[in-house]
Design a protein around this ligand. Sequence first.
Ligand code: GLN
Length: 459
Amino acid sequence: TALRAIGATEPTHKSYTHVSYDAALQAAAKVDEDRKAGRPLPPLAGLPVAIKDVLCTSDMPTTCSSNMLRNFTPPYDATVVAKLKQAGAIVIGKTNMDEFAMGASTETSAMGVTRNPWDTDRTPGGSSGGAAAAVASGTVPLSIGTDTGGSIRQPAAFCGITGLKPTYGRCSRYGLVAFASSLDQAGPMGWAVSDVAIGLQAMAGYDPADSTSVDHEVPDYRAAITDPDMKGVRIGVLRSAVDQEGVTPAIRTAFAEAEKVYRDLGAEIVEIDLEHSPYWVPTYYVIAPCEASSNLSRFDGAHYGYRHEAGASGEAALENTQPLEAMYRSSRAAGFGSEVKRRIMVGTYALSEGYYDAYYNQALKVRRLIRGDYDAAFEKVDLILGPVTPSPAFRLGENIDDPISMYLCDLFTVGANLAGVPAISLPGGTNDDGLPVGVQLQAPVMQECKLLAAGAAFQ
Ligand code: GLN
C-alpha cells in the first residue's frame, strides 16, 4: 500500500530522495510469512517508515540532500534506524531535506524541491520537509526527522501532522550526520499522537556509541496516551509571543482555540514569560553555524564525499595554491550549496581569533540564560503552550533569497533546542485557505509522557 501511494503522489510531491521498492516488498513478504507460520512478531512488524536522508542507512544512500554526498552509502545504520528495524519496521525510503538540514523550506536541497501536499505551490517546511510530506501524502504513517532548530516541528505544522522533538539525549545521535551537535535530535513524525508515541518508543534509549545520549529509563509512551487527564495540569501560555508583530491571525486563532480546549479539559492556564526569548534566534544563528563550520570540515574531498577533479570544469588553476589545497577548495566549492557555504562562513568568522569572545562565547552565555528561563518557568507550570510558526506554509520561492526572513521561521522553535527540552507540534486546524496551522507544547527534560498525554487529550 505504501509503495502504491508513493507511485501516486511522488511525481508531484517529491518527498523522497530514494525508495527501496524491492527490499521493502521482500521485507513485507517475510513478515507475512512469519505471521502465517505463527512466529512471534516484533511490535512494529511490517510498519512502513521513511527516514530523513541525514540518518545513516547501510542499505540505502545517505545524501543529506547535498551534492557532497550524492553517491555515499554508509557502512552502518544510525542507532535510531537500527532500533526501528529491530522493532520490525520496514524502512521503505529516505526523505528529502534542506541540504545538511540547513533551511526551513526544503528548497536548499540539491535533490529538488518537495511540495506541500495541501497546496503544491507551497513549501512543506523544512528541513525535514520530505519526511512531513511523506506522512501528509499518506505514503507512510510514520517518518523520522531531525530537529536542530525546529526542523521536525515546523514541517509538521505546515503539513498538518504531528511531530515530536525529544529531549536532547533521549535518542542516540550515532549515525545522524552532524549539523550542530549540541542541538541536533532525531524524532518521530506521524499522522497522530499515537503514531509518534509508537515511534518514540522504538527510537528512545541510551546508546554507548553516543556519549551525549542519556542513560534514563524509557517509559511506556503508549500507556501515557491512554485516558489522558488534563485536570489540574498547569499550562503556561506565551501570550506576548503570539501578540508580536508578524504573527498571522490564523496562528493567533489556533493558539486561542488550543488554550480554550485545555481550559475546558480542566487544565489551569498560567500566563508566563520566557524573558530572553527575543534572543533565541540570534543566539541560535551564532551557535548553529559555529558548530556546523566545525562539523562540515570533514567534507574535504579526501575523507568523505565528492571530489572535484582539478580542471574538471575548465576552471583556471588557483594561483599560489598547492594541489592538495586546490582539491579541498574546488571540492567544497562545487559540493556545497550556497546556504551551507553561508553557514560555514558565518561560523568560521564567529569562531576566529579576536571574534570568538564577542560571538560564540557570548552566545553560550545567553544560551545559559535561556535555559534558566525554562527552569524557572517549569517551577510554575507543567507544560508551555505556544505557536510553532509565525505563519502557515509560505509559497515556494517566497523566502529563499532572503535568509533573514527564512531564519525568522524559527522564532518559536529554537528555544526548545537551545534549552534541550522536548516539544511537540500538533495539528491545530486550518486557516481560511485550508492550510494547516500547528500548536506547540514544550515540557521539562525527559517529560515526553506529559507532551504525549496532552497531545492525545487535544486530539
Ligand atoms: N531552520 C533552522 C535552520 O535552518 C532549523 C534547521 C533544523 O532544525 N535542522 O537552521
